[in-house]
Design a protein around this ligand. Sequence first.
Ligand code: GLU
Length: 298
Amino acid sequence: MPRSDPRPVFRFAPSPNGWLHLGHARSALINAQMAWETGGRLLLRIEDIDATRCRPEYEAAIYEDLAWLGLDWEQPVRRQSEHMNAYRAALERLEAMGLVYASFESRAEIRAEVAARPGWPSDPDGAPLFPFARAATGEAEGRGGPAAGESQPQLQPPSHSQPHALRLDMAQAVARAGGGLCWREWGVAEPVIADPGAWGDVVLARKETPTSYHLSVVVDDALQGVTHVVRGTDLKAATSVHRLLQRLLDLPEPLYHHHTLVLDAEGRKLSKSIGSESLRELRARGVSAAEVRNMALG
Ligand code: GLU
């Protein structure tokens, strides 16, 4: 599609690591509805960078469930696993700016370090901030970093052939991005102030995958010309990181809409881990697509 196409572009971007549930249906339906109301296009993107959790049968079920719901999307579908070069190129740009560093710590080492620091802050998702400073320079002392004057042991960084994640040096990235970082929410007059520092030194490339959710979503939204990012409020705080990466990589700023989540009877967000009923289970017990649409949007 040529870039000169003036139509708004929406996307639904599920990860094929489980069966879709009503929460996914809500997101897909709201995207479709907004695309229809604005004369826009609807894309489907398969976010399958995590080879350990994504499975072909879940991807096949995404197409089947969405078609059953009555949704239609443009072809071809972008599958993130097929675009690692695009993410690598973005990472290299950030590396060239001096904003990326290798992090060799295991999950267990990170957990132990956090346990040794009572009151250590957490990110907006509730996970502890990365507790180690940037080893190569010791400069990554942004929010949540070591207190001024607290010395960090300058260990010899392990060889780069060892498995490692690549992290964003958040303090330097925020400094480089400059002030006034914010985004617009659909229908909201005031801009939302971005606070990427609240996430600490986020992972940009994981040990087992040369990218991360934050990096690939930002690169793809730009490459696909997405103008409207419509997703659940559980991802609203992550938009701070996305806006930072967009600014650093000179990518366009989409308009955002973070819709409310479908909650279960106990007020919990639906998920496979709490056994939420999937769309295919609903279908198997005779619930119609029209009823599911009502349940999802209700
Ligand atoms: N793949 C993400 C998920 O399934 C959604 C990404 C996004 O909409 O930005 O939660």
